[in-house]
Design a protein around this ligand. Sequence first.
Ligand SMILES: [Zn+2]
Length: 314
Amino acid sequence: MAIKTPGEVLLTISIDTECDHDPNWARSKPLRFDSINIGMPERLQPLFNEVGAIPTYLLTVEVLEDDESVESLKKLQGQYEYGTHLHAAFVEPQKKFYDYAGIDSPDFQNSYAPEIELAKLRNLTALFQERLGYAPTSFRAGRYGAGNHTLPALRELGYKVDTSVTPHIRWFEPNGCADFRRAPEQPYFPAPGVLNRAGKHQPEADEVLEVPVTVRNRLFRRYPRWFRPWYSSVDEMKDIFHYHLRRYGHQETLVINMMFHSMEVIEAASPYPQTSDDVRMYLDDTYEILDWARAEGVKFKALSDVRDYFGKQG
Ligand SMILES: [Zn+2]
């Protein structure tokens, strides 16, 4: 059954791209970057190239600081986008850790004062620019810890898209909370000063589009189902896809946003795949759902390019 909507269905893949972690989500010790040097060039990008998908790798500070990783990033073959991903405790000002090995990421960026959050984003963006030679235009907050000041800050720094919102979920950390329980499930321009609610205004040319992570709520469960390998089977991902089509198919543009981490395709570098068989299954499922979506008629888009389909632009 091919897709029947008045408009188009876009599929974007947003990947938090970080150093390898351990199965408890602490950073590897010593710090390793197998997901950048092996995972991206040998596992992920060939899969995306084969199916015609265009991933967006959202880069953390430790990846941008690592020379070998930056070399790998520059050599990656295929179609993709690089953006940024902030783990706030690892970036100045008020940086808390200088050696990231073995460290968990404790902070939500929304728990810092707005000017500190902006300065952290500015520093991360400048590092990206210095290392890769151009400005990033897509972003996700570490631990999804974005807040009401995040999109205005991103706008000031020239970003086009944020993808920190996970609808139906409220995240807690000792120092903060990110409440997306009532956030829209499809892309939106937030109401002024309120990240988790759509505005009714005409978006301005340089306004940042929020592209939420694609999920489907479950009535009696705390967490929704995610359009995400390992979290959901291929059939469950198809079900989430169809739910969005039923619910939002009348819209001019419908967006499916698959998220995961680069480390998930390295054995035991995240809480998810632990063995080579696990990784193979993970990649098989990812390929299968993307190939299926392609046959259904989706258009694969880099995250920033989704912005072109919403509101006017300068
Ligand atoms: Zn992260």
